[in-house]
Write a protein that binds this ligand. Sequence first.
Ligand code: N01
Length: 552
Amino acid sequence: MTFTQHKSQKNANTDFDAVIIGAGFSGLYMLYRLREAGFSVQAYDAAPDVGGVWYANRYPGAKCDSESIIYNYMFSEELYQEWTWSSRYPEQAEILSYLNYVADKFDLRRDIQFNTRMRAAHYDEVNNRWRLQTEDGTHITATYFITGVGNLSSSNIPKFKGLDSFEGDWYHTGHWPHEKVDFKGKRVGVIGTGSSGIQSIPVIAEEAGHLFVFQRTPGYCTPARNHAYDPEFIRQTKANYSEIKRQTRESATGYLHKLIHDRSALADSPEERQREYQKVWDRGGFGLGTTYNDLIINPTANETVAEFIRSKIGETVKDPKTAELLKPTYYFAAKRPVLDTNYYETYNRDNVTLVDVKSAPITEITPKGIKTTEEEYALDILVFATGYDAMTGPLFKIDIRGKDGISLKEKWAGGPQTRTYLGIANAGFPNMFMITGPESPSSLSNVPVSIEQHVEWIGDCLEYLREHGITTIEAKAEAEEAWSAHCREVADATLYTKTDSWYTGANIEGKPRGFLIYVGGVGAYRKICDEVAAKGYEGFSLTPTSAKETIS
Ligand code: N01
């Protein structure tokens, strides 16, 4: 039996206490947590192996913007002590190795069915079971249905006219081939300048004959200043395991960096501000946004840090016209900022051209390349770094239906805000849980911290239900209404909602707008969830086992 066959084999059993969708950070830990608690559980993933987005995102330069020492699980001290990261920011291959190590260490693969896309998950109200169907037609039943599908796993490929006619090769950064793409001497076009574009552009530029970057909106980049970890730093980190775990869990965003100055940016003189921003810039990494306490709520304060970054772009990029095009004008951090390595410097290369597709939009893809309203660019390879249908997109790929056959898509169709309770559960969808669902801190946090919190909360909840003889848990409509209103209120107090981005659903044509993330803070959110549990799952209806229940 080959390795692949072994990993892809089907489980003959099709009835479980819990079914988990996804075998990335979320699914792996959820599987471990429930198995340890004695539940029968099975995870399914469309990919041939573990890793989730880190299995799929293999584009050149792919790495994470969270520092390695916190971009991992903290639930097992033994695991934390065993694994050693090589550098400040982990590259995709190293993260994937880590997740493979986790899967091996806890023997997780025996309860994961790979190469299996879940087509549908329907709640059977009569029997209080989730009935699932895979794309190959296999039927599965489970008491609990748990999604760990990731927030940024459903690719967005804009519907450009003529893509099918393109004679070269094209790729989306989120679904990169396993074989190396050969850019040597080629004319390459990259569409998109978010995190994926900004990471891949400098690497592709080193190899390509000529690289054309098609930019609609520039990003705000700060230097990553990536470097190999010093063994002494690793030793200290491992010695401080408990403290790092506590700090990230209680923090606002799941990171270790804290608010630097608890005062307005406007309280300092321009010279003082410059000094403070420069210090953070020199250290590298995320941190500019936490220099002062009002940068993401006060437009005038925000403009001071935005202008600081613009000045850095002006200093770095030699061609003044290109430098101007690279300067963002929206609120800093209202779209996801990016850590870069040589991004702005790349535009000083002779083989790189920035094309402004804001003023001259792309009209079509032709057999030979990209046509804008002004010009046609001949290309051999086209790279879509055009992002994702975030948060709701991955869930909508499965036909999820709750009571009365209502689909999740129908429930959330109204906008402007997605209705969930705590970003974990939905009224009308009993016994279903979402790991890092919409309206939880999810993608505006260091995600593994948020994943662990959800997994542990869900695991504790299922144990509570078992201990108390409860077979059905369902969010109450009024609880989710109050939660959604709270999410909206917190978000509306910030600048996040004042800019179009994937956070708001604005990047996908026809998607209902609404701010899809809870920005009240990771630590504060954890407390809210813990209080809900401590009050016997306040806001949920709990139904004990009843005589009429007939489990088929
Ligand atoms: O996607 P994005 P991403 N014509 O949506 C442009 C995480 N992540 O894959 O802004 C022309 O940010 C679009 O332009 P505009 C991270 O959370 C993390 O880069 O809509 N251009 C934008 O420039 C990140 O935020 C890491 O005007 C079009 C780009 O495509 C999230 O994933 C690494 C277009 C899309 O940017 C998504 O990042 C990678 C069109 N029709 C990803 N449609 C790390 O941790 C879209 N664009 C480092």
